[in-house]
Design a protein around this ligand. Structure first.
Ligand SMILES: Nc1ncnc2c1ncn2[C@@H]1O[C@H](COP(=O)(O)OP(=O)(O)O)[C@@H](O)[C@H]1O
Ligand SMILES: [Mg+2]
Length: 325
């Protein structure tokens, strides 16, 4: 089962460029979380910080008692084995058939027999719908298949935490809905804690239990999906509706003068109160239920009174009837 990841006061700077400051959030065990944010806001840097590939200057990332920021390299290396990481481009070896690409972590990090490796690799390839493509080279398959191969490779070491960087980039809308369903199905099958970085509104609206957004070097919010999906915070509302008017500009941020001008010219549309929240996807029939659903319901129920009214209504409307009875 998945384990919790607790992020406390994380701050990262490259040279003189502060990427983000004081990020604090918890990825609940076994739940799916999505991190939104315009390009260049440091989402990939955040994922890398969670696994200790990037070392923030301040803060902690606690994974089963190990701090991925401050611990010795040897301890971070050990703890990293709990994570599966899917990079944006799949990060496959171009000269290696998919089978060997996906088998790579097993051959590198375990002493498993080749027959066992074969069983695991084929099982994971089946999970992501790639069975039959074992012999293909990354250059011979579509972008969507490369992403799924990267996902299969992230799964072979049975990770408790899976980090997925832009599973939709470069995919058409149909392929993207397949990916959304695949992510839900994976969670139902392995109950791992998942964090997905994406710009895609379809994934953001239908996949996660929790959602956060990075903007202007900080975390705008992080919490149950209903909080962001019903939020009237201008940055969040603009992002989730894909509008041009609002604080997010072409080069990540608009200056205050532009925002003021838009406001006086009446360009800023008001967010309709109580934007409808799309239902979350269910696992494909025949698969187990997501164990996270019941845990999340208890967790969110306990915090319900702290949420904004629109979010409260959406949360209650979304409770699974058989669990709330
Ligand atoms: N290793 C690095 N050294 C210096 N700057 C970096 C490094 N990695 C990322 N950055 C900078 O950090 C910022 C955030 O990058 P990134 O996390 O890739 O954004 P996102 O994934 O949200 O698009 C960018 O300005 C990028 O240039
Ligand atoms: Mg990125």
């Amino acid at each position: 089962m998945g384990i919790e990841v607790a992020v406390e006061g994380l701050t990262k700077t490259f040279g003189r460029q502060n990427i983000w400051s004081d990020l604090t959030l918890t990825l609940p065990a076994g739940e799916i979380s999505v991190m939104l944010g315009p390009s260049g806001t440091g989402k990939t840097v955040f994922l890398k910080s969670l696994v200790g590939l990037v070392r923030p200057e301040r803060g902690r990332v606690l994974v089963d008692g190990v701090d991925m920021v401050g611990s010795r390299e040897r301890d971070v290396y050990e703890a990293r084995k709990r994570f599966g990481l899917m990079f944006q481009d799949g990060a496959l070896f171009g000269s290696m058939p998919l089978f060997d690409n996906i088998a790579f972590p097993l051959r590198e990090h375990t002493g498993r027999k080749e027959s066992e490796i074969r069983r695991i690799v084929l099982e994971r390839m089946e999970m992501v719908g790639l069975l039959g493509s074992e012999g293909k080279l990354p250059g011979e398959i579509s972008g969507g298949m490369r992403k799924r191969a990267g996902l299969a490779r992230a799964l072979v070491l049975d990770p408790q935490i899976i980090l997925i960087d832009e599973p939709d980039s470069g995919l058409d809308p149909v392929r993207t809905s397949y990916i959304s369903q695949l992510l839900i199905d994976l969670n139902a099958q392995i109950d791992a804690t998942m964090l997905i970085v994406t710009h895609n509104l379809d994934i953001a609206g239908t996949v996660p239990d929790n959602m956060g957004m990075l903007f202007r070097r900080g975390l705008v919010a992080f919490g149950p999906r209903e909080v962001l999906l019903t939020s009237d915070e201008p940055v969040v509302a603009q992002f989730l509706s894909g509008r041009r008017a609002g604080p997010i500009g072409m080069a990540e941020e608009k200056d205050q003068a532009t925002i003021d001008r838009e406001e006086t010219q009446g360009v800023v549309e008001q967010t309709p109160a109580g934007r409808p929240v799309m239902p979350q996807l269910e696992p494909t029939p025949g698969l187990p239920r997501r164990q996270a659903v019941r845990r999340r319901q208890e967790r969110v129920r306990a915090m319900l009174h702290e949420l904004p009214p629109a979010a409260q209504r959406a949360v209650v409307a979304g409770f699974a009837p058989e669990v709330s009875a």
